[in-house]
Design a protein around this ligand. Structure first.
Ligand SMILES: [Zn+2]
Length: 183
């Protein structure tokens, strides 16, 4: 069930950009048991999330909508060209991961956005600064506004019902944050 939007349509028309991680030559994590590619899960989850953000009144853009190789700097460039105010990167973790989690960039607002998304993903979801990632920084750091990278779960086959449940869980917190922060 989609809860009724409680808020009027976004007056500013600001874009939220969804960034389905990996794609094309970069599959991301791969589940050895099933061959499931993280890049495909990310795109499917991002497209589902877009439906719910749009129903809540937000304009949504993408850094990719097909199985395409998009270099990391180009992802930020595409978001900026769209006039995006919020950057939400959609990823899945290694197949053995047991908890979802969210990284946040050093920009103002990113940590708050990460915390609200993580809380909606469940009580055991982690929240970490991008400096704690194994790369010690993440490309989301180059986005000028609030930016997070969500690890929705392990790279395993997901059903449409699971993707809808996850999209419903995080759409409202993202929109509520966006209205306070960028609308
Ligand atoms: Zn990834």
């Amino acid at each position: 069930m989609l809860s009724r939007p409680k808020l009027s349509p976004n007056p500013s028309g600001a874009y939220i950009v969804l960034d389905p991680g990996h794609g094309g030559r970069d599959p991301g994590a791969v589940d050895p048991a099933t061959g499931t590619r993280e890049a495909d899960l990310n795109l499917a989850q991002a497209l589902t999330l877009k439906e719910y953000l749009a129903r809540l009144g937000y304009r949504v853009g993408f850094t990719r909508t097909t199985d395409e190789t998009v270099p990391l700097p180009e992802r930020i460039a595409r978001a900026r060209r769209l006039g995006a105010r919020l950057f939400v990167s959609v990823h899945h973790d290694i197949p053995t991961a047991t908890r979802p989690g969210v990284y946040y960039s050093p920009r103002p607002g990113s940590e708050e956005l990460a915390r609200t998304i993580a809380a909606s993903l469940g009580p055991n979801a982690w929240v970490l600064p991008s400096s704690a990632s194994r790369f010690s920084r993440l490309y989301i750091d180059d986005f000028p506004g609030p930016a997070v990278l969500v690890e929705f779960g392990p790279t395993k086959p997901t059903s449409r019902e699971e993707r809808i449940a996850r999209a419903q869980a995080v759409a409202s917190p993202i929109v509520e944050f966006a209205r306070r922060y960028v609308a």
